[in-house]
Every structure is written in C-alpha cells, then in structure tokens.
Design a protein around this ligand. Structure first.
Ligand code: TYD
Length: 207
C-alpha cells in the first residue's frame, strides 16, 4: 500500500460544464480514504482565499481574454504554492476539480487564444508539476447544456454559445490524445454506478 513517506498523487477532473464531473468527487474521496489514503479535495479556479476571490471575478466580471487567462494562472500559482505542492510533499493525494487542461480547453479553445500562450503560462507557473491522472468526463454537448440549465443559475462561462463549448470540447480531446497515459475518458451518458466502477478500477491501478 501507498506509504506516507512517498509523494502523493495528483488527480484531476475535467470536462465541459454540465458533463457531470463534480458528481463523482465524493465517491473518489471515499474510495481513497477506504484504502487508507489521505486526500485533499480542492478546485480551480479557487482553492485558496485569494483564489476564491479571483474565482468570483472570473465567473462574474467581464474582462479581456488575456486578463482571464492571466487570472486563471494567478489563482493557480497560489493554489500550487499553498495547497497542492505542500500536500503532495506530505504524502497526501490531491483531487482537484479542474486544472491547467481547463485553461487549454476554455481559454485556448473556447476563447480561441490557442494553445501557445497557455503553454507559456504553464511553463512559467508549473514547469514540472503535472497531474498523475486526469479523468475527462465526456458528454454530448446538448445533453450537457440541458443538465446545466435544469440544475442551476448560469455563470459567465456556462452562458457561452454552443460554438464555444464545441471548441472547448475539441481542445479537451486534443489534450487527451496528446497525453494518452495520463487521461481516462469517461462516457458520462452511462449510469453513475458504471462510472463509479470504472473510477474504482483506475484508482486501484494507481495505488
Ligand atoms: P466549474 O468546475 O464548472 O465549477 P462549478 O461546477 O462550481 O460551476 O468551474 C468553473 C468555470 O471555470 C468553468 O466554467 C470552467 C472555467 N475555467 C476556465 O475557463 N479555465 C480554467 O483554467 C479553469 C480552472 C476553469
């Protein structure tokens, strides 16, 4: 079994809004804890006091595309320095709802900044840190939109047009193709039970 003298693993969840990733966080946390692993659950943008303030701005205040990308990475830098790295070093696992793949997908793809500026920011902010495993929750965009509209008030990203989400999803798929070892794609149209079975298998393989 995983010992605490080792560095912990960094797990991330990704997918377009409404694809259902957040539903599975409590299951993953419980599953890891049952195996004796301490897991820190966190999210981006956010995860620190300053990061949560930046999240509020990012989700609700109109701003230029570059500013949006920079603030995502500003929040991320705080998060890495204050939460993610210390936890991993202490041997804890970190389960993060979105990370830099979301910047590639949303700012690079959705907002059409392209991958290059995101790569530059990634290189500056976290040249070596990468998730050990990423679950990409994948769902037909119409179904995802329907789920969203049923369940909540929409923020600045969730209110975007269909083309925005098409580009976002395409960039997620490109990320998964580029890093096939790190990514598992979860078909979110399946039942919660069968998704949980797959998640459990992936976690068993990581332990
Ligand atoms: P989300 O996981 O959807 O939060 P919630 O489920 O509470 O609504 O994340 C918030 C939004 O932030 C989401 O629409 C995607 C966006 N986002 C980016 O555009 N770039 C990023 O780098 C990150 C981390 C998130």
């Amino acid at each position: 079994m995983h010992s605490t003298s080792q560095r912990g693993l960094f797990l991330t969840l990704e997918g377009v809004d409404g694809a259902g990733k957040s539903t599975h966080i409590p299951f993953i946390k419980r599953y890891l804890e049952d195996k004796g692993i301490t897991v820190i659950v966190t999210r981006e943008p956010g995860g620190t006091q300053l990061g949560e303030q930046l999240r509020e701005l990012l989700l609700h205040t109109p701003m230029s595309l570059k500013t949006e990308a920079l603030l995502m990475f500003a929040a991320r830098n705080e998060h890495i320095e204050q939460v993610i790295e210390p936890a991993l070093t202490a041997g804890h696992w970190v389960l993060c709802d979105r990370f830099t793949d979301a910047s590639f997908a949303y700012q690079g793809g959705g907002r059409q900044l392209g991958a290059e500026p995101i790569e530059l920011l990634e290189q500056w902010t976290h040249p070596t840190l990468q998730p050990d495993h990423t679950w990409l929750f994948d769902l037909d965009l119409h179904l995802a939109q329907e789920r969203l509209r049923r369940t909540r008030d929409m923020d600045r990203f969730e209110n975007e047009a269909e083309d925005f989400f098409k580009r976002t999803q395409q960039f997620y798929h490109l990320r998964a193709q580029r890093f096939p070892q790190r990514f598992s794609i979860i078909d979110s149209s399946q039942s919660i039970d069968s998704i949980e079975q797959q998640l459990a298998q992936h976690i068993d393989a990581l332990i």
